[in-house]
Design a protein around this ligand. Sequence first.
Ligand SMILES: NC(=O)C1=CN([C@@H]2O[C@H](COP(=O)(O)OP(=O)(O)OC[C@H]3O[C@@H](n4cnc5c(N)ncnc54)[C@H](O)[C@@H]3O)[C@@H](O)[C@H]2O)C=CC1
Ligand SMILES: O=C(O)C(=O)COP(=O)(O)O
Length: 408
Amino acid sequence: MEPTSTSFPKNKIKILLLENIHLAAIEQFKSQNFSVESIASSISEELLCEKIKDVHVVGLRSKTKITAKVLDSAERLLAIGCFCIGTDQVDLEAAEKKGVPVFNSPFCNSRSVAELIIAEIIILSRKLGDKSSEMHNKVWKKDSKGCHEIRGKTLGIVGYGHIGSQLSVLAEAMGMNVCYYDINRKLPLGNSKMCPDLNSLLECSNYVTLHVPDTEITRNMITETEINLMKKGSLLLNASRGKVVDLDALVKALKSGHLAGCAIDVYPVEPEANCNDWTHDLQGCPNTILTPHIGGSTEEAQEAIGLEVSELITDYINTGASSGSVNFPEVNIPVNATSHRILNIHYNKPGVLRDINSILSDFNVSSQALNTRKHIGYFVADVDSEASKEIKKKISSLPHSIKTRVLY
Ligand SMILES: NC(=O)C1=CN([C@@H]2O[C@H](COP(=O)(O)OP(=O)(O)OC[C@H]3O[C@@H](n4cnc5c(N)ncnc54)[C@H](O)[C@@H]3O)[C@@H](O)[C@H]2O)C=CC1
Ligand SMILES: O=C(O)C(=O)COP(=O)(O)O
Protein backbone atom coordinates (compact mmCIF):
# COMPACT_ATOMS: atom_id res chain seq x y z
CA MET A 1 0.00 0.00 0.00
CA GLU A 2 1.47 3.42 -0.93
CA PRO A 3 2.44 5.40 2.20
CA THR A 4 -0.11 8.17 2.66
CA SER A 5 1.44 11.49 1.74
CA THR A 6 1.71 13.00 5.21
CA SER A 7 4.85 15.05 4.94
CA PHE A 8 4.30 18.76 4.44
CA PRO A 9 5.01 19.55 0.75
CA LYS A 10 8.60 20.83 0.51
CA ASN A 11 7.72 23.67 -1.87
CA LYS A 12 5.31 25.02 0.75
CA ILE A 13 8.17 25.45 3.26
CA LYS A 14 8.76 29.24 3.44
CA ILE A 15 12.19 30.49 4.49
CA LEU A 16 12.92 34.16 5.30
CA LEU A 17 16.61 35.11 5.37
CA LEU A 18 17.72 38.50 6.72
CA GLU A 19 21.00 40.41 6.87
CA ASN A 20 22.55 39.30 3.59
CA ILE A 21 23.04 35.64 4.48
CA HIS A 22 25.46 33.96 2.10
CA LEU A 23 24.28 32.55 -1.24
CA ALA A 24 25.43 29.08 -0.11
CA ALA A 25 22.47 28.97 2.29
CA ILE A 26 20.00 30.11 -0.37
CA GLU A 27 21.28 27.47 -2.78
CA GLN A 28 21.10 24.75 -0.12
CA PHE A 29 17.49 25.59 0.73
CA LYS A 30 16.47 25.91 -2.93
CA SER A 31 18.06 22.50 -3.61
CA GLN A 32 15.44 21.16 -1.17
CA ASN A 33 12.66 22.87 -3.15
CA PHE A 34 11.97 25.21 -0.22
CA SER A 35 10.81 28.73 -1.14
CA VAL A 36 13.32 31.38 -0.04
CA GLU A 37 13.04 35.15 0.45
CA SER A 38 16.39 36.84 1.16
CA ILE A 39 16.63 40.43 2.44
CA ALA A 40 20.00 42.22 2.59
CA SER A 41 19.37 44.05 5.84
CA SER A 42 17.81 43.50 9.25
CA ILE A 43 14.18 44.62 9.66
CA SER A 44 12.23 46.22 12.49
CA GLU A 45 10.36 44.14 15.08
CA GLU A 46 7.05 45.48 13.71
CA LEU A 47 7.79 44.44 10.12
CA LEU A 48 9.23 41.11 11.33
CA CYS A 49 6.04 40.37 13.30
CA GLU A 50 4.12 40.82 10.04
CA LYS A 51 6.46 38.88 7.75
CA ILE A 52 7.05 35.96 10.13
CA LYS A 53 3.36 35.01 10.36
CA ASP A 54 3.48 32.44 7.57
CA VAL A 55 7.19 31.63 7.68
CA HIS A 56 8.53 28.17 8.61
CA VAL A 57 12.21 29.18 9.01
CA VAL A 58 13.75 32.56 9.74
CA GLY A 59 17.50 33.14 9.28
CA LEU A 60 19.34 36.10 10.76
CA ARG A 61 22.76 37.29 11.78
CA SER A 62 23.77 39.48 14.75
CA LYS A 63 21.40 42.43 14.22
CA THR A 64 17.84 41.11 14.01
CA LYS A 65 16.09 40.59 17.34
CA ILE A 66 13.76 37.59 17.66
CA THR A 67 11.82 38.70 20.71
CA ALA A 68 8.98 36.95 22.52
CA LYS A 69 6.64 39.35 20.72
CA VAL A 70 7.99 38.26 17.33
CA LEU A 71 7.67 34.61 18.36
CA ASP A 72 4.02 35.20 19.35
CA SER A 73 3.38 36.14 15.70
CA ALA A 74 5.25 33.12 14.34
CA GLU A 75 2.52 30.49 14.34
CA ARG A 76 4.12 28.31 11.65
CA LEU A 77 7.76 28.68 12.69
CA LEU A 78 9.65 25.39 12.71
CA ALA A 79 13.22 26.62 13.27
CA ILE A 80 15.46 29.69 13.64
CA GLY A 81 18.93 29.93 12.10
CA CYS A 82 21.52 32.29 13.59
CA PHE A 83 23.98 32.49 10.69
CA CYS A 84 26.71 33.60 13.08
CA ILE A 85 28.11 32.54 16.47
CA GLY A 86 26.17 34.64 18.93
CA THR A 87 22.55 33.76 19.70
CA ASP A 88 21.88 36.56 22.20
CA GLN A 89 19.71 38.28 19.60
CA VAL A 90 17.09 35.53 20.06
CA ASP A 91 14.89 35.05 23.15
CA LEU A 92 16.08 31.46 23.50
CA GLU A 93 13.76 30.59 26.39
CA ALA A 94 10.70 31.90 24.55
CA ALA A 95 11.75 29.94 21.45
CA GLU A 96 12.18 26.79 23.56
CA LYS A 97 8.73 27.19 25.09
CA LYS A 98 7.25 27.48 21.56
CA GLY A 99 9.11 24.33 20.51
CA VAL A 100 11.34 26.22 18.05
CA PRO A 101 14.98 25.09 17.87
CA VAL A 102 17.67 27.72 17.29
CA PHE A 103 20.66 26.63 15.24
CA ASN A 104 23.95 28.56 14.92
CA SER A 105 27.46 28.16 13.58
CA PRO A 106 29.63 27.87 16.69
CA PHE A 107 33.03 28.46 15.13
CA CYS A 108 33.03 29.04 11.35
CA ASN A 109 34.02 32.69 11.76
CA SER A 110 36.28 32.29 14.81
CA ARG A 111 39.45 32.44 12.70
CA SER A 112 38.24 35.55 10.90
CA VAL A 113 37.78 37.35 14.20
CA ALA A 114 41.12 36.17 15.55
CA GLU A 115 42.96 37.37 12.45
CA LEU A 116 41.23 40.77 12.64
CA ILE A 117 42.39 41.18 16.24
CA ILE A 118 45.98 40.27 15.37
CA ALA A 119 45.90 42.84 12.58
CA GLU A 120 44.46 45.49 14.90
CA ILE A 121 47.06 44.80 17.61
CA ILE A 122 49.82 45.58 15.09
CA ILE A 123 47.96 48.56 13.57
CA LEU A 124 47.43 50.05 17.04
CA SER A 125 51.02 49.35 18.11
CA ARG A 126 52.35 51.32 15.15
CA LYS A 127 49.51 53.90 15.08
CA LEU A 128 48.90 52.96 11.44
CA GLY A 129 45.33 54.25 11.47
CA ASP A 130 46.34 57.78 12.42
CA LYS A 131 49.50 57.68 10.26
CA SER A 132 47.49 56.65 7.19
CA SER A 133 44.86 59.33 7.83
CA GLU A 134 47.61 61.95 8.13
CA MET A 135 49.15 60.86 4.80
CA HIS A 136 45.72 61.01 3.11
CA ASN A 137 45.57 64.58 4.45
CA LYS A 138 49.00 65.54 3.04
CA VAL A 139 50.78 65.22 6.43
CA TRP A 140 54.15 63.49 6.37
CA LYS A 141 55.04 62.99 10.04
CA LYS A 142 57.71 60.36 10.64
CA ASP A 143 58.29 59.47 14.28
CA SER A 144 58.58 56.40 16.50
CA LYS A 145 57.13 57.98 19.67
CA GLY A 146 54.61 55.62 21.24
CA CYS A 147 55.17 53.01 18.52
CA HIS A 148 56.19 49.50 19.61
CA GLU A 149 56.88 45.99 18.47
CA ILE A 150 54.35 43.47 19.76
CA ARG A 151 57.02 40.82 20.39
CA GLY A 152 57.43 40.30 24.13
CA LYS A 153 54.32 42.30 25.00
CA THR A 154 51.44 40.72 26.97
CA LEU A 155 48.05 40.05 25.40
CA GLY A 156 45.24 39.52 27.91
CA ILE A 157 42.35 37.50 26.43
CA VAL A 158 38.99 37.73 28.24
CA GLY A 159 36.98 34.70 27.21
CA TYR A 160 39.13 31.74 26.13
CA GLY A 161 36.65 30.01 23.87
CA HIS A 162 36.81 29.36 20.13
CA ILE A 163 38.01 32.85 19.23
CA GLY A 164 40.09 33.50 22.32
CA SER A 165 42.01 30.25 21.97
CA GLN A 166 42.58 30.74 18.23
CA LEU A 167 43.91 34.20 19.02
CA SER A 168 46.15 32.78 21.76
CA VAL A 169 47.98 30.57 19.26
CA LEU A 170 48.34 33.34 16.67
CA ALA A 171 49.58 35.87 19.24
CA GLU A 172 52.21 33.50 20.62
CA ALA A 173 53.36 32.82 17.07
CA MET A 174 53.97 36.59 16.83
CA GLY A 175 56.17 36.42 19.95
CA MET A 176 53.58 37.79 22.39
CA ASN A 177 53.07 36.56 25.95
CA VAL A 178 49.47 35.45 26.43
CA CYS A 179 47.34 35.38 29.54
CA TYR A 180 43.61 34.75 29.72
CA TYR A 181 40.64 34.91 32.05
CA ASP A 182 37.58 32.69 31.70
CA ILE A 183 34.77 31.76 34.10
CA ASN A 184 35.16 28.16 32.97
CA ARG A 185 38.25 25.96 33.25
CA LYS A 186 40.14 25.97 29.95
CA LEU A 187 43.16 24.10 28.60
CA PRO A 188 45.92 26.73 28.26
CA LEU A 189 47.31 26.48 24.70
CA GLY A 190 51.06 26.81 24.17
CA ASN A 191 52.66 28.88 26.95
CA SER A 192 49.55 30.89 27.77
CA LYS A 193 48.82 31.52 31.42
CA MET A 194 45.44 31.56 33.16
CA CYS A 195 44.65 34.64 35.27
CA PRO A 196 42.62 33.86 38.43
CA ASP A 197 40.40 36.89 37.93
CA LEU A 198 39.67 39.72 35.50
CA ASN A 199 41.46 42.36 37.51
CA SER A 200 44.79 40.51 37.50
CA LEU A 201 44.55 40.22 33.71
CA LEU A 202 43.80 43.92 33.35
CA GLU A 203 46.76 44.85 35.57
CA CYS A 204 49.34 42.74 33.72
CA SER A 205 48.35 43.18 30.05
CA ASN A 206 49.63 45.59 27.43
CA TYR A 207 46.65 44.69 25.23
CA VAL A 208 43.23 43.54 26.53
CA THR A 209 40.89 41.84 24.07
CA LEU A 210 37.33 40.74 24.83
CA HIS A 211 35.80 37.51 23.47
CA VAL A 212 32.82 36.78 25.68
CA PRO A 213 29.13 36.34 24.85
CA ASP A 214 26.50 38.97 25.67
CA THR A 215 25.10 37.82 29.02
CA GLU A 216 23.83 39.47 32.20
CA ILE A 217 27.32 38.93 33.66
CA THR A 218 29.31 40.31 30.72
CA ARG A 219 27.21 43.43 30.14
CA ASN A 220 29.26 46.42 31.37
CA MET A 221 32.08 44.06 32.25
CA ILE A 222 34.55 46.82 31.34
CA THR A 223 33.64 50.14 32.98
CA GLU A 224 35.76 53.11 34.17
CA THR A 225 36.80 51.01 37.17
CA GLU A 226 38.23 48.21 35.05
CA ILE A 227 39.78 50.64 32.54
CA ASN A 228 41.57 52.43 35.39
CA LEU A 229 43.06 49.08 36.47
CA MET A 230 44.63 48.71 33.00
CA LYS A 231 48.27 49.80 32.57
CA LYS A 232 48.74 53.41 31.45
CA GLY A 233 49.44 53.27 27.73
CA SER A 234 47.74 49.88 27.28
CA LEU A 235 45.14 49.23 24.57
CA LEU A 236 41.62 47.76 24.57
CA LEU A 237 40.05 45.71 21.76
CA ASN A 238 36.41 44.60 21.65
CA ALA A 239 34.97 42.39 18.91
CA SER A 240 32.57 40.51 21.19
CA ARG A 241 29.34 42.42 21.89
CA GLY A 242 28.70 46.11 22.22
CA LYS A 243 27.27 46.12 25.74
CA VAL A 244 30.40 44.53 27.26
CA VAL A 245 32.26 47.87 27.35
CA ASP A 246 31.11 51.25 28.72
CA LEU A 247 32.11 53.31 25.68
CA ASP A 248 31.71 56.63 27.51
CA ALA A 249 34.39 55.48 29.96
CA LEU A 250 36.53 54.34 27.02
CA VAL A 251 36.28 57.75 25.32
CA LYS A 252 37.31 59.42 28.59
CA ALA A 253 40.36 57.13 28.96
CA LEU A 254 41.44 57.72 25.35
CA LYS A 255 41.15 61.52 25.67
CA SER A 256 43.04 61.53 29.00
CA GLY A 257 45.82 59.41 27.52
CA HIS A 258 45.37 56.65 30.09
CA LEU A 259 44.76 54.26 27.21
CA ALA A 260 47.01 54.52 24.15
CA GLY A 261 44.29 53.33 21.77
CA CYS A 262 41.47 50.92 21.07
CA ALA A 263 39.83 48.84 18.36
CA ILE A 264 36.03 48.57 18.53
CA ASP A 265 33.98 46.35 16.19
CA VAL A 266 30.73 46.13 18.16
CA TYR A 267 28.47 48.77 19.67
CA PRO A 268 25.52 48.84 22.12
CA VAL A 269 23.27 50.02 19.28
CA GLU A 270 24.06 49.21 15.67
CA PRO A 271 22.29 50.31 12.44
CA GLU A 272 19.77 47.83 10.92
CA ALA A 273 21.39 48.37 7.51
CA ASN A 274 24.47 49.99 5.97
CA CYS A 275 24.26 53.79 6.21
CA ASN A 276 26.41 56.92 5.66
CA ASP A 277 25.41 59.00 8.65
CA TRP A 278 26.68 56.89 11.56
CA THR A 279 28.08 58.98 14.43
CA HIS A 280 29.69 58.09 17.75
CA ASP A 281 31.76 59.85 20.43
CA LEU A 282 34.65 57.49 19.63
CA GLN A 283 35.07 59.21 16.26
CA GLY A 284 38.18 61.39 16.34
CA CYS A 285 39.67 59.76 19.44
CA PRO A 286 43.43 59.12 19.20
CA ASN A 287 44.71 55.81 17.83
CA THR A 288 41.16 54.46 17.60
CA ILE A 289 40.14 51.83 15.05
CA LEU A 290 36.38 51.70 14.44
CA THR A 291 34.92 48.89 12.33
CA PRO A 292 31.25 48.10 11.50
CA HIS A 293 30.85 44.68 13.16
CA ILE A 294 32.98 42.92 10.54
CA GLY A 295 34.83 40.44 12.77
CA GLY A 296 33.13 37.53 11.06
CA SER A 297 32.80 39.22 7.68
CA THR A 298 35.07 37.26 5.40
CA GLU A 299 33.94 35.35 2.32
CA GLU A 300 35.36 32.14 3.74
CA ALA A 301 33.50 32.47 7.04
CA GLN A 302 30.19 33.54 5.52
CA GLU A 303 30.17 30.70 3.00
CA ALA A 304 31.04 28.14 5.70
CA ILE A 305 28.36 29.54 8.02
CA GLY A 306 25.78 29.59 5.24
CA LEU A 307 26.44 25.94 4.46
CA GLU A 308 26.60 24.74 8.08
CA VAL A 309 23.46 26.39 9.40
CA SER A 310 21.35 25.71 6.29
CA GLU A 311 22.33 22.02 6.42
CA LEU A 312 21.45 21.78 10.12
CA ILE A 313 18.03 23.33 9.44
CA THR A 314 17.48 21.14 6.36
CA ASP A 315 18.22 18.02 8.45
CA TYR A 316 15.81 19.19 11.14
CA ILE A 317 13.01 19.81 8.63
CA ASN A 318 13.61 16.61 6.69
CA THR A 319 14.51 14.14 9.49
CA GLY A 320 13.78 15.85 12.83
CA ALA A 321 17.46 15.71 13.83
CA SER A 322 18.03 18.53 16.35
CA SER A 323 21.82 18.21 16.72
CA GLY A 324 23.50 21.62 16.65
CA SER A 325 20.62 23.54 18.21
CA VAL A 326 21.45 25.70 21.22
CA ASN A 327 18.07 25.64 23.01
CA PHE A 328 16.43 22.33 22.13
CA PRO A 329 16.63 18.71 23.35
CA GLU A 330 19.06 16.75 21.18
CA VAL A 331 17.50 13.80 19.36
CA ASN A 332 19.10 12.26 16.31
CA ILE A 333 18.03 8.73 15.31
CA PRO A 334 18.94 7.16 11.95
CA VAL A 335 16.33 7.61 9.25
CA ASN A 336 14.28 4.49 8.44
CA ALA A 337 13.10 4.78 4.84
CA THR A 338 10.35 2.19 5.28
CA SER A 339 8.64 3.99 8.17
CA HIS A 340 6.92 7.27 8.83
CA ARG A 341 8.50 9.46 11.50
CA ILE A 342 6.43 11.09 14.24
CA LEU A 343 7.97 14.22 15.80
CA ASN A 344 6.32 15.50 18.97
CA ILE A 345 7.35 18.54 20.96
CA HIS A 346 5.58 18.85 24.31
CA TYR A 347 5.76 20.67 27.62
CA ASN A 348 8.10 18.82 29.94
CA LYS A 349 5.47 17.41 32.33
CA PRO A 350 5.30 14.05 34.14
CA GLY A 351 3.27 11.40 32.33
CA VAL A 352 3.70 12.67 28.78
CA LEU A 353 5.81 9.67 27.73
CA ARG A 354 3.26 7.32 29.31
CA ASP A 355 0.46 8.98 27.32
CA ILE A 356 2.43 8.84 24.07
CA ASN A 357 3.42 5.21 24.56
CA SER A 358 -0.14 4.22 25.44
CA ILE A 359 -1.12 5.56 22.00
CA LEU A 360 1.81 3.80 20.32
CA SER A 361 1.18 0.51 22.14
CA ASP A 362 -1.47 -0.38 19.55
CA PHE A 363 1.03 0.01 16.68
CA ASN A 364 4.42 -1.21 15.51
CA VAL A 365 7.24 1.14 16.49
CA SER A 366 10.61 0.45 14.84
CA SER A 367 12.57 3.05 16.88
CA GLN A 368 11.94 5.91 19.27
CA ALA A 369 13.85 8.49 21.33
CA LEU A 370 13.04 11.17 23.88
CA ASN A 371 15.13 14.00 25.26
CA THR A 372 14.15 16.94 27.42
CA ARG A 373 15.20 20.37 28.55
CA LYS A 374 13.82 22.62 31.29
CA HIS A 375 10.60 23.56 29.49
CA ILE A 376 10.05 20.99 26.72
CA GLY A 377 10.45 17.37 25.69
CA TYR A 378 11.20 16.20 22.16
CA PHE A 379 9.96 12.75 21.14
CA VAL A 380 10.75 11.01 17.84
CA ALA A 381 9.39 7.63 16.76
CA ASP A 382 9.39 5.63 13.53
CA VAL A 383 6.04 3.88 12.95
CA ASP A 384 4.23 1.96 10.24
CA SER A 385 3.18 4.33 7.45
CA GLU A 386 -0.43 3.06 7.49
CA ALA A 387 -0.85 4.25 11.09
CA SER A 388 0.99 7.57 11.01
CA LYS A 389 -2.00 9.83 10.35
CA GLU A 390 -4.01 8.28 13.20
CA ILE A 391 -1.01 8.39 15.54
CA LYS A 392 -0.29 12.02 14.68
CA LYS A 393 -3.89 13.00 15.35
CA LYS A 394 -3.95 11.27 18.76
CA ILE A 395 -0.55 12.52 19.92
CA SER A 396 -1.17 16.11 18.78
CA SER A 397 -4.40 16.14 20.82
CA LEU A 398 -2.60 15.23 24.07
CA PRO A 399 -2.88 18.10 26.59
CA HIS A 400 0.84 18.89 26.75
CA SER A 401 1.60 18.68 23.02
CA ILE A 402 3.02 21.86 21.46
CA LYS A 403 3.81 20.67 17.90
CA THR A 404 3.45 17.29 16.17
CA ARG A 405 4.76 16.55 12.67
CA VAL A 406 4.86 13.44 10.49
CA LEU A 407 7.76 12.88 8.11
CA TYR A 408 8.26 10.14 5.60
N1 LIG B 1 32.45 40.87 16.00
C1 LIG B 1 32.05 39.81 15.35
O1 LIG B 1 31.82 39.83 14.13
C2 LIG B 1 31.90 38.52 16.09
C3 LIG B 1 31.58 38.52 17.43
N2 LIG B 1 31.45 37.35 18.11
C4 LIG B 1 31.15 37.41 19.53
O2 LIG B 1 32.24 36.81 20.22
C5 LIG B 1 31.73 36.01 21.27
C6 LIG B 1 32.71 34.90 21.60
O3 LIG B 1 32.77 34.02 20.49
P1 LIG B 1 33.38 32.55 20.70
O4 LIG B 1 34.78 32.65 21.20
O5 LIG B 1 33.10 31.78 19.49
O6 LIG B 1 32.44 32.02 21.87
P2 LIG B 1 32.75 30.82 22.86
O7 LIG B 1 31.44 30.49 23.49
O8 LIG B 1 33.54 29.78 22.18
O9 LIG B 1 33.73 31.49 23.96
C7 LIG B 1 33.24 32.44 24.88
C8 LIG B 1 34.05 32.23 26.16
O10 LIG B 1 33.70 33.25 27.06
C9 LIG B 1 33.67 32.68 28.36
N3 LIG B 1 32.90 33.54 29.24
C10 LIG B 1 31.55 33.66 29.31
N4 LIG B 1 31.23 34.58 30.25
C11 LIG B 1 32.41 35.03 30.77
C12 LIG B 1 32.75 35.97 31.77
N5 LIG B 1 31.80 36.64 32.44
N6 LIG B 1 34.06 36.18 32.04
C13 LIG B 1 35.01 35.50 31.37
N7 LIG B 1 34.76 34.59 30.40
C14 LIG B 1 33.47 34.37 30.13
C15 LIG B 1 33.04 31.30 28.13
O11 LIG B 1 33.34 30.44 29.22
C16 LIG B 1 33.73 30.88 26.84
O12 LIG B 1 34.92 30.17 27.09
C17 LIG B 1 30.40 35.49 20.73
O13 LIG B 1 29.50 35.18 21.79
C18 LIG B 1 29.90 36.66 19.91
O14 LIG B 1 29.09 37.47 20.73
C19 LIG B 1 31.63 36.13 17.50
C20 LIG B 1 31.92 36.08 16.17
C21 LIG B 1 32.02 37.27 15.35
O1 LIG C 1 29.12 35.56 14.85
C1 LIG C 1 28.74 36.49 15.59
O2 LIG C 1 28.27 36.36 16.73
C2 LIG C 1 28.85 37.84 15.07
O3 LIG C 1 28.79 38.79 15.83
C3 LIG C 1 28.97 38.01 13.60
O4 LIG C 1 27.93 38.91 13.27
P1 LIG C 1 27.42 39.06 11.75
O5 LIG C 1 27.07 37.68 11.27
O6 LIG C 1 28.60 39.63 11.00
O7 LIG C 1 26.27 39.97 11.87
